[in-house]
Design a protein around this ligand. Structure first.
Ligand SMILES: [Ca+2]
Ligand SMILES: [Cu+2]
Length: 397
């Protein structure tokens, strides 16, 4: 079985040659600054969400090689997660179902879908907030036929119904581990934390036994968060659920058009102010990422999938809460060519290594990764699973 530490042997300099006895492993410049303030913050670590020790941030001798950064190199990796090393054989596709199974007690089996009418919108962003290296720009007119999309991300209860009905086993369960944000690891699960952490994003830890059923590692459960987004699902796991319920993942363009809620080029799904009249409109990070989260918006980790006000199209939590897989392969420049393929019903590049994720998560913070905007985008390999990534489904009309 591959582990995060295994990656150190396959790429990049060996930590043993880059870190001397009392010298931290090499981490990107911005992180050196943050790591330096960690000691002071950790002296006052009563708030939930702090990293467990400063040493784990800066001096872990088994730290793995850096994962790929966003193309262009200028944009920060931010809260966006590392990619899983290793690979698994793919399982057979789950049989499609046209019937709608009954959900587990008190819950539906699939999210309500709303209709997004055919239209043209301005996709992407060239604003000061945008990350050009991510391929957010240029702003371009994109035309879509009508479609339907989930008003919220698939919840734990909904995914549980799928698993109970189909017998599907997620990739995190097959690998035996998944990435959990360090500050959220169940204290009882510390023995299950794997050696090493990605230097560019040291707040991510591989945790054995972490999966959608145990999102904070062994000893945690979804019992009290059935209406929260399912997490630790890979792109493959999201496609499996979508296929099972007769739906599919939205394309990036479909996702973004719906997330904009009818507003033209607004920064957020509700307008241009992050907290209009001082009101929190999404679940992101307040405080100092990644050391202290005041949770002024009400949530340290995931919020219920239907929390906060919906946008103009009726969609909840398009910004923050959890990153959402889309159907498209990622490219930072595929859409630079203005042709019919990229401007009418675009479905992204034909092939790729990573799938596009959208929306940002509860870990995003303006100081480092303000990707809780409809235009923002990042990506990960399709078998990677993390505690801040889920999905919503879409369907043709
Ligand atoms: Ca929050
Ligand atoms: Cu982020």
């Amino acid at each position: 079985m591959s582990t995060p530490a295994d990656a150190s042997s396959s790429s990049g300099p060996s930590p043993s040659t880059t870190a001397q006895a009392n010298e931290p492993v090499i981490i990107p410049g911005r992180w050196r600054k943050l790591a330096a303030v960690a000691g002071a913050l950790l002296a006052d670590n009563n708030e939930i969400g702090v990293l467990s020790t400063a040493a784990e941030v800066t001096t872990d001798p088994t730290a793995v090689a850096p994962t790929r950064d966003v193309p262009g190199g200028a944009a920060p990796a931010g809260c966006c997660g590392p990619a899983r090393p290793g690979s698994l054989p793919q399982t057979a596709a789950v049989a499609a179902s046209t019937m709608r199974p009954v959900g587990i007690a008190g819950h539906n089996a699939i999210p309500t879908l709303v209709e997004i009418p055919a239209g043209t919108f301005r996709m992407g962003s060239e604003s000061a907030a945008a990350f050009p290296g991510d391929g957010e720009g240029p702003v371009r007119e994109v035309t879509l036929t009508g479609y339907r999309i989930g008003v919220h991300t698939v919840t734990n209860a909904e995914y549980a119904t799928f698993v109970q009905t189909s017998g599907y086993v997620t990739e995190a369960e097959r690998y035996g581990w998944s990435y959990v944000f360090d500050g959220h690891i169940n204290p009882e699960a510390r023995a299950s934390v794997m050696a090493g952490s990605p230097p560019a994003t040291p707040w991510w830890r591989g945790v054995q036994g972490a999966s959608w059923r145990a999102p904070c590692g062994p000893g945690s459960s979804i019992d009290a968060i059935l209406d929260h987004p399912v997490v630790h699902v890979s792109h493959h796991d999201a496609v499996a659920y979508s296929h099972w319920c007769g739906a599919r993942l939205p394309t990036e363009a479909e996702w973004e058009m719906a997330a904009r809620g009818g507003l033209d080029q607004a920064t957020y799904p509700w307008g241009d102010q992050l907290t209009p009249r001082g009101e929190h409109r999404c679940n992101i990070w307040q405080g100092q990422f990644p050391f202290r989260n005041t949770a002024a918006d009400g949530y340290h980790s995931t919020a219920p999938a239907s929390s906060f006000q919906p946008n103009g199209s009726g969609l909840y939590n398009c910004a923050g809460n959890v990153w959402e897989w889309t159907a498209d392969w990622f490219s930072a420049d595929w859409h630079l060519t203005s042709d019919d393929r990229s401007r009418t019903q675009p479905t992204g590049p034909e092939t790729g290594t990573d799938r596009v994720t959208k929306g940002g998560s509860f870990l995003c913070h303006a100081s480092y990764c303000n990707r809780y905007r409809p235009a923002a985008r990042t990506h990960n390999t399709p078998d990677t699973s993390l505690s801040h990534t889920g999905f919503r489904i879409a369907a043709d009309l």
